[in-house]
Write a protein that binds this ligand. Structure first.
Ligand SMILES: Nc1ncnc2c1ncn2[C@@H]1O[C@H](COP(=O)(O)OP(=O)(O)OP(=O)(O)O)[C@@H](O)[C@H]1O
Length: 317
């Protein structure tokens, strides 16, 4: 699939991408993308995170050829979408949020139809392999209307794979999917990735981005507010929380600790938030002991992606 000799360094490269949706009816003009520049390395699992209306779908739809950009440039697998519209689109498979499937076709028929649509010669089709890969081999001859919601979703992924694209874009792949199926989709995404496919996914689930993605871009109000390898993004928050279960119940934070960012949780634990670059746990524990608090148990909590996300997207536009 991926010809390493001609494979580009970046699966996707966009430069100053802008989208202004024209005003219509009572809806005013909307500047949905305000100059996005992004380089997504070949071979990554890249997450695009952002609150509702941030511009994620607009970005994906421009790459998929469903929305016309207002200005800027975009390359898919090294191919400019204006100069090489057909070839650039052949390099991506896009799985949208909606389930579009004719209920009277079987999964096998649907994939064959799709392959025909992409001009994949009969001898090169991988319909059975793809159905097996998404766990639908035993449903290949069922009618689509007989499939569960999760199965239909996997069929949408299968549809996007018939032309063997080196880049797969998944728009909210696990929205509304139960935890078990979400885990099995993650496993499948990882398998695809291991086989060489570059994966780009949008998600509302921070846990999903944290778990799967090696790099994450956070989009807010049509702008990229952060784009970093996941561990680096997580390490941005220079604080930890020390949670102490006191031997004796505490009514209030003792005066001796009033200089700290400390409070008593409803569960009775003493919570102290501290900057890791300024204070060590040893020093804090010493202060706690000196305040006469017996320590029954303690844990430290590190910030997660949710905290980074909130910190970066909470400022008004
Ligand atoms: N066809 C359209 N005409 C006018 N405005 C649009 C159109 N499509 C999207 N928008 C607006 O552009 C902005 C970005 O929308 P977009 O769908 O790209 O966001 P999103 O990040 O994908 O959101 P979600 O997570 O809810 O899918 C929103 O304010 C939306 O209302």
């Amino acid at each position: 699939m991926t010809d390493q000799k001609t494979a580009p360094e970046y699966a996707i490269e966009v430069e100053n991408l802008q989208k202004v949706y024209a005003a219509s009816g009572r809806m005013p003009e909307k500047h949905a993308l305000k100059g996005i520049s992004l380089k997504i390395p070949r071979g990554s699992i890249f997450g695009l995170l952002g609150p509702n209306g941030a511009g994620k779908s607009t970005f994906i739809n421009i790459l998929a050829g469903l929305v016309n950009k207002t200005s800027g440039t975009a390359r898919i697998w090294g191919l400019d979408i204006d100069q090489h519209p057909r070839q650039s689109r052949a390099a991506i498979g896009v799985v949208n949020q909606e389930i579009v499937a004719d209920p009277f076709f079987t999964p096998f028929e649907m994939l064959e139809l799709m392959a025909g649509f992409y001009g994949v010669p009969k001898g090169e089709r991988q319909t059975d392999e793809i159905l097996a890969a998404v766990g639908l081999d035993d449903k290949k001859d069922a009618y689509v209307r007989q499939l569960s919601g999760g199965m239909k979703r996997r069929l949408m992924v299968a549809k996007a794979l018939v032309h063997n694209p080196p880049v797969l874009i998944l728009d909210e792949p696990t929205a509304g999917v139960d935890v078990e199926l979400r885990r099995s989709m993650w496993t499948y995404v990882r398998e695809l990735h291991q086989r060489g496919t570059t994966i780009i996914l949008t998600t509302h689930y921070l846990e999903e981005a944290e778990e799967l993605c090696d790099s994450i871009a956070i989009v807010n109000h049509g702008e990229i507010v952060a784009c970093e390898p996941t561990p680096q993004l997580l390490s941005r928050l220079d604080y930890k929380t020390l949670v102490i279960s006191p031997r004796e119940p505490l009514a209030d934070v003792p005066d001796a600790l009033s200089a700290l960012d400390a409070k008593i949780r409803e569960s009775g634990e003493l919570e102290i938030t501290f900057r890791t670059s300024e204070t060590g746990i040893g020093r804090l524990l010493e202060q706690v002991r000196q305040a006469g608090i017996g320590i029954g148990d303690l844990v430290t909590e590190t910030p997660d992606l949710e905290d980074v996300f909130l910190a970066l997207t909470s400022e008004p536009a």
